[in-house]
Write a protein that binds this ligand. Structure first.
Ligand SMILES: [Zn+2]
Length: 385
C-alpha cells in the first residue's frame, strides 16, 4: 500500500535538496540528494550504495533480492534537474496546494524517483520476496550528457527489462527520438571592411551552407516519419561570426540540432552530413566532432514488460495508453544493450523545464502503486492479468 502522506513527504524532501545540473561546470550537483536517497533506502531495508561518476556526483544503486536472484528488473530515474532561472516563487520549497506539489524537479523527475523508491521500499517491507530481483539506479547528468546512466551501463549487468522514470502522465512510452548535434564552421580571412577584396568573408560562406541545409537536408528530413514519435526534425539553433562591424569576418559557426527516428544511426547521419557539407563547392567548410550523438528508442509494445505494466495500469482503474514522445531519455542507452525498456512515470512533460513546475499528487501515488504491483508480480516472462 502506497501512503499518500508518505509520498508527499518524500517528494518534498527530494525537491528541497537542489540538484541542478551544472552542465560541464565543476560542482557536486547531485551529491546531497544522492546521499539522502541512499540513506532513505538503507533505512528501509533496501541495500543502497553511492558510486562516483563525476567529481562529487555519484549514482545511487540499490538492489532488492528476489526469489530468483539470477534475473533482475531495472528501475531508473535521474537525480539532476534543469536550471531554476526565471522560476516563479521559491523553486525548492516543495509547497503543496490542493492536489499539486510545486518545485524544480517535482515533475522531471523526482516524482518518478519518489514513486520508484516508495515501491521498492513497499516490497522490502513485505514477508515474501518479489519473483525476481529489483535494481534501482538513480543516475546523475541526464539533463546534459547522460554520463550517469552510461557509467552504470559500463558494468554490463544483464536485465530482463527496464522502466525509466520520466513524466509520461502514466502513458507507457515505448518509443522516443534520438539526437545528432553538431557544429559547422566556415573559415575565411579577416580584412578591413573598407577593402573587403583583401579578405574572405566567412559569414557569406556560411550563407551558402545554411542554404544547402534548408534547401536540401531539411526537406529530406521532413519526409521521414514514425507512427509513434512523428516526423524527424532539423533546426539551426545557434550562429556565431564576426568580431566588429568594420572587420571582414574570418570565422563563422552554426550549431545544428537534428532529432532522429527509431532505426536511424546517429553516427552514420553525422558522417553523411560531414561529407555532404564539406564537399560544398564554395569550400572552407568544416563539420567538427559531434556535440552529442544519442540513439532513439523503440521497444516492442508486445514485449512482456510492456504487457505486464499495462496490466498494472488497468488494475489501477486506468486505460493503458502506448505512446511515443519527442524528447530523449536515459532509456535509449539502456535499450541499446538489448534490454526491453519502457519510459513511465507521473506528471506531464508540459510542466517539465518550466517556470512553474508541479506534479499531480494523485498521479504520483498511482504511479507508485502501479510500479509496486509490477514488482510484486512480474517475473520477467509471464504476462500478468
Ligand atoms: Zn527528465
Amino acid at each position: 500500500m502506497i501512503d499518500r502522506a508518505a509520498a508527499v513527504g518524500l517528494l518534498q524532501s527530494l525537491v528541497r535538496i537542489p540538484s541542478v545540473n551544472p552542465r560541464g561546470e565543476d560542482s557536486p550537483a547531485e551529491r546531497d540528494v544522492a546521499t539522502f536517497v541512499a540513506d532513505w533506502l538503507n533505512r528501509r531495508g533496501v541495500p543502497a550504495e553511492t558510486r562516483e561518476v563525476l567529481p562529487g556526483r555519484p549514482n545511487v544503486t540499490a538492489i532488492l533480492e528476489g526469489m530468483d536472484t539470477s534475473r533482475s528488473l531495472l528501475l531508473e530515474a535521474h537525480l539532476d534537474t534543469v536550471e531554476v532561472a526565471g522560476m516563479v516563487g521559491d523553486p525548492f520549497d516543495g509547497r503543496v496546494e490542493g492536489n499539486r506539489l510545486y518545485g524544480r524537479g517535482s515533475c522531471d523527475t523526482k516524482g518518478s524517483l519518489a514513486a520508484f523508491m516508495l515501491a521498492v521500499a513497499d516490497l522490502a517491507a513485505r514477508e515474501s520476496k518479489p519473483p525476481i530481483s529489483i535494481t534501482l539506479v538513480c543516475a546523475v547528468d541526464e539533463e546534459h550528457l547522460f554520463k550517469g546512466i552510461l557509467s552504470f551501463l559500463e558494468e554490463k549487468r544483464p536485465f530482463v527489462a527496464a522502466i525509466v522514470g520520466e513524466p509520461t502522465g502514466l502513458d507507457l512510452v515505448v518509443a522516443h527520438k534520438g539526437m545528432v548535434r553538431f557544429r559547422v564552421v566556415t573559415a575565411g580571412k579577416a580584412a578591413h571592411s573598407s577593402m573587403p577584396w583583401d579578405g574572405d568573408n566567412a559569414i557569406e560562406r556560411m550563407v551558402d551552407v545554411v542554404g544547402h541545409i534548408r534547401g536540401t537536408l531539411m526537406p529530406e528530413v521532413a519526409r521521414m516519419s514514425h507512427p509513434l514519435v512523428g516526423p524527424a526534425t532539423m533546426a539551426i539553433t545557434l550562429i556565431q561570426g564576426g568580431t566588429a562591424i568594420n572587420v571582414v569576418p574570418d570565422r563563422c559557426s552554426i550549431d545544428v540540432d537534428r532529432r532522429t527516428l527509431p532505426g536511424e544511426d546517429p553516427e552514420a547521419i553525422w558522417r553523411r552530413y560531414k561529407q555532404d557539407l564539406e564537399a560544398l563547392p564554395q569550400g572552407h567548410v568544416e563539420v567538427v566532432e559531434p556535440l552529442l550523438l544519442d540513439h532513439a528508442m523503440e521497444t516492442d509494445p508486445e514485449s512482456p514488460v510492456v504487457r505486464a505494466l499495462a496490466a498494472e495500469v488497468r488494475r489501477s482503474g486506468r486505460e493503458p495508453r502506448i505512446a511515443g514522445v519527442n524528447y530523449g531519455t536515459d532509456g535509449s542507452k539502456i535499450a541499446l544493450g538489448g534490454t526491453p525498456t519502457v519510459v513511465f512515470g507521473p506528471g506531464s512533460i508540459q510542466q517539465a523545464h518550466q517556470a512553474v513546475e508541479f506534479i499531480n499528487l494523485e498521479e504520483l501515488v498511482a504511479a507508485s502503486t502501479i510500479v509496486a504491483g509490477l514488482l510484486e508480480r512480474f517475473d520477467g516472462t509471464e504476462v500478468v492479468g
